[in-house]
Design a binder for this molecule. Structure first.
Ligand code: AMP
Ligand code: MG
Length: 340
């Protein structure tokens, strides 16, 4: 997992319980990211069914919502919605509606129309738009350019050139869907991860909680914090996940909708909350908002916490975590200083 890591108190214990006590673990690459499932059930057949159900669901959501698959529902929307309203599935309509909710909540920091400029970047090839291109395309970023019609579940784009991409919320949504499928199968101890988004249900092992480790954004082998948690979702957005550097400037995949350029206020934002759709949308949002505005938002929301690593490598905790820290539950290590 890219940002926050989950591991039991003793690695050895984990190996033992996977091998002997009905735990199953599987990893695969889907949606351009690493998917991982760990779950427990007394009946190994049910456990296997659970793992299969999660991977099928991840594939299904990828087929429907990937902007890179020409036949996906989302690609069709991007091709046609500037010409006429397009009727979409209830599921896609609801996820786009949820995305617009987060745009309003974050005053536009979260905006799926970021893709109107986002497609001009290629992080693998080291490509970014030049200044006039970026400025022109940034004009098109605005969630208000999406016209949602509840009746008939249609979506239209009010300007040509507008595009959407659900990369900031769909992985968390897929994790939540997976957890719901597992619960329907009677599985109540599980961890599902899609890239930087995870959700865990049930206690980990004989009353011990899961431990969440937040990685150092500039050193993948180092953790800057370890927190024991249960029954929560955790998402990390980081500037190290997809990026390239040019003339000392880091171009990465989280776009500030106001500028069309990468957001550069911090190195990583880890959000903790009740479900992964929420933590996914909020981790991207808080990353864009920066430390001060991001923490103000987090502290105003019930049941949401955050650990931020700022652009100097300093850690910041939400009020809820500072309160929890009284019992010294959180193990902290300084992050690698900035300028790397
Ligand atoms: P995450 O790792 O959850 O922060 O997701 C990053 C992904 O979110 C990027 O790869 C884009 O697909 C998408 N994204 C980038 N900037 C934004 C933004 N300002 N609002 C919504 N989604 C975004
Ligand atoms: Mg996100």
């Amino acid at each position: 997992m890219s940002g926050a890591t989950l591991f039991p108190a003793l690695a050895l214990l984990l190996t033992t319980c996977i091998a002997h006590a009905g735990w199953l673990h599987k990893d695969a690459d889907i949606m351009g990211t690493r998917i991982s499932v760990e779950l427990f059930h007394d009946d190994p057949a049910v456990a296997r069914r659970g793992v299969d159900a999660v991977f099928e669901e991840m594939h299904r959501i990828d087929r429907d919502m990937s902007p890179w698959i020409a036949t996906s529902e989302l690609s069709r929307l991007n091709r046609e919605a500037a010409q006429h309203p397009v009727a979409v599935s209830d599921e896609l309509f609801e996820l786009i509606r949820t995305s617009v909710h987060y745009s309003r909540l974050t005053h536009g920091a979260f905006d799926i129309t970021f893709a109107s400029v986002g497609f001009l970047y290629d992080y693998r090839k080291g490509v970014h738009p030049d200044e006039p291109e970026r400025r022109a395309a940034t004009e098109l970023i605005n969630y208000r350019n999406l016209v949602l019609q509840a009746q008939g579940h249609t979506i239209a784009y009010s300007k040509p050139g507008v595009r959407i991409d659900l990369g900031g919320i769909a992985k968390g949504y897929a994790v939540d869907r997976s957890i719901r499928l597992l619960q329907a199968l009677g599985i109540h101890q599980a961890l599902v991860t899609a890239g930087g988004d995870s959700r865990m249900i049930g206690e980990r092992w004989k009353g011990r909680p899961w431990n969440i480790g937040v990685r150092d954004p500039r050193d993948e082998h180092k953790l800057v914090a370890v927190i024991p948690l249960e029954n929560v979702a955790v998402s990390t957005s980081g500037d190290y996940e997809r990026f390239f550097e040019e003339d000392g400037i880091r171009y990465h995949h989280i776009i500030n909708p106001a500028s069309g350029d990468s957001a550069r206020g911090m190195h990583s934002a880890t959000l903790i909350g009740p479900d992964a759709t929420t933590t996914d949308a909020l981790s991207t949002s808080v990353f864009v908002l920066g430390v001060e505005r991001g923490l103000a938002l987090v502290n105003s929301l019930p049941n949401i916490d955050a650990i931020l690593v700022d652009a100097q490598g300093h850690l910041h905790y939400s009020e809820g975590l500072l309160a929890a820290d009284r019992g010294e539950d959180i193990v902290k290590t300084p992050a690698t200083p900035a300028a790397r």
